[in-house]
Design a protein around this ligand. Structure first.
Ligand SMILES: NC(=O)c1ccc[n+]([C@@H]2O[C@H](COP(=O)([O-])OP(=O)(O)OC[C@H]3O[C@@H](n4cnc5c(N)ncnc54)[C@H](O)[C@@H]3O)[C@@H](O)[C@H]2O)c1
Ligand SMILES: Cc1cn([C@H]2C[C@H](O)[C@@H](COP(=O)(O)OP(=O)(O)O[C@H]3O[C@H](CO)[C@@H](O)[C@H](O)[C@H]3O)O2)c(=O)[nH]c1=O
Length: 318
């Protein structure tokens, strides 16, 4: 069986490709533009595997996409995106192109029958902000994005929804919380903390540091996507949450303690514009309908993640 993974050289996509290699016999095509957020060396190594083929190209460019549509795929798992909120606040252009136009171009390919289904990987950020007493987001929560990144993802979600309703294309959307684990770009919060703590540099904490994120270990996310690939129903949205709500300050303190570093490294800095206060996800649909169970605990996974980064810093691999 052939599977196409867009964005398979990025953080979650790469973890997912490795997960598929371990747990299935699929032939996997990775399609990625190799932006600053990708891992070209890792992809090069993976292509020595007979079941992996890599094609460089952009999801915005029709010719690039057509080069990949040379065989029939059981599914397209669509990860490719610009993913960093701070970058989208500085300049939203690439986010509009990649996340909206790029998703449109991939959707257009489904008309040609090259893929039996597509799983569109989205985010809890499309639901917007929660107050401390609000219930976690369900799949029926209204879309209410507050920054250019989440607005671009919400736009792509609506396109996917409309292509299912209008054309009955075989589409599924997933929305997950903040992932953490190996291969996440250093621009994101947990890698920033580990990197700065490792090199004894100040760790920037936005605003009062009391914002809450719902953390999900990337391997749990990969297992959830595999399950949805196998059993998910077209036209549905599935939330994927870690059930690990933590304030940002608590995450920094926990990592500093695990690394034996002082809290004096924390530096409160200006808040992010439009900063959502709290995200929390209700994954009960995925649990009840498809039988998903998390396999990893937050503390243990965080320790593993810290060790992975330290090994890579020490080996000058990052
Ligand atoms: N990281 C998270 O916590 C998180 C949470 C929820 C949802 N998501 C979603 O999951 C997906 C993957 O996120 P990530 O954190 O792995 O992102 P990432 O930034 O680490 O990786 C994105 C990958 O997409 C590729 N890419 C970018 N533009 C492209 C283009 N025009 N054509 C082809 N490839 C392109 C990049 O080269 C990179 O390899 C994204 O859709 C993101 O919105 C991420
Ligand atoms: C980089 C950085 C971040 N922060 C804060 C901002 C957020 O409240 C929190 C996490 O920040 P980030 O790692 O940038 O992640 P966040 O903005 O939540 O978005 C992530 O999680 C989303 C899912 O919720 C994904 O859709 C995004 O692709 C992913 O990047 O930490 C800091 O306080 N200091 C920092 O240096």
């Amino acid at each position: 069986m052939n599977i196409l993974v867009t964005g398979g050289a990025g953080f979650i996509g790469l973890n997912f490709v490795r997960h598929l290699l371990k747990t299935t016999l699929y032939n996997i095509t990775v399609f990625d533009y190799l932006t600053y957020a990708s891992h070209p060396k890792e992809i090069k190594q993976l292509t020595s595997h007979s079941r992996i083929r890599f094609i460089k190209g952009s999801i915005v460019n029709v010719r690039d996409i057509e080069a990949v549509m040379d065989q029939e795929y059981e599914a397209i798992i669509h990860f490719a995106a610009e993913s960093h909120v701070d970058k989208s606040i500085q300049n939203a252009g690439d986010f509009i192109q990649t996340n909206i136009v790029g998703t449109y171009q991939i959707l257009q390919q489904l008309f040609k029958g090259y893929a039996k289904k597509m799983i569109h990987i989205s985010t809890d950020e499309v639901y917007g902000n929660l107050n401390s007493t609000d219930l976690p987001f369900t799949e029926n929560s209204p879309l209410s994005p507050n920054n250019p990144y989440s607005a671009s993802k919400a736009s792509s979600d609506l396109l996917v929804r409309s292509y299912y309703e209008t054309f009955q294309l075989p589409l599924i959307t997933t929305r997950c919380g903040n992932n953490f684990g190996p291969f996440q770009h250093i621009e994101k919060f947990i890698p920033t903390i580990i990197y700065n703590a490792f090199y004894n540099q100040k760790i920037p904490l936005y605003g009062d540091g009391l914002q809450v994120r719902d953390w999900l270990f990337v391997e749990d996310h990969c297992q959830a996507i595999s399950l949805i690939l196998e059993k998910g129903k077209c036209g549905e949205v599935y939330n994927i949450g870690g059930g690990n709500e933590r304030t940002n300050i608590d995450v920094v303190r926990q990592i500093l303690e695990m690394m034996g570093k002082p809290e004096s490294l924390i530096e409160y800095v200006e808040d992010r514009k439009g900063h959502d206060r709290r995200y929390a996800i209700d994954s009960s649909k995925l649990q009840k309908e498809l039988g998903w169970k998390q396999a990893f605990y937050f503390d243990e996974s965080l320790k593993k993640t810290i060790q992975w980064y330290i090994n890579n810093f020490e080996g000058n691999l990052l």
